[in-house]
Design a protein. Structure first.
Length: 90
């Protein structure tokens, strides 16, 4: 299963978003997922990002829960928004 995440945050939130991502990097991604792409683009007064995560077979529910928790924590930062898109690899 592939999870695509689309993020947007304001320039004012960039420091807090970078700080939170640094914390996540110290914790490492769950063992059952891997990042398979990242694109980040400054867009006027905001930053747009898209990334895809591949979840291991049989670990989809646990992986989706972990990723949702991660992005929910980021969404507490004022000016940060995300959207998840799930693509099954049947």
């Amino acid at each position: 299963m592939v999870i695509k995440v689309y993020e947007t945050w304001s320039s004012q939130a960039a420091h807090e978003v970078n700080k939170k991502y640094s914390e996540f990097l110290k914790q490492r991604l769950p063992f059952f997922s891997k990042s398979i792409g990242l694109k980040m683009v400054p867009s006027g007064s905001s930053i747009k990002s898209s990334v895809a995560y591949e979840l291991g077979h049989g670990k989809e529910n646990m992986g989706l829960l972990e990723l949702t928790q991660m992005f929910s924590a980021l969404s507490l930062i004022p000016g940060y928004h995300y959207e998840l898109s799930i693509e099954s690899q049947d």
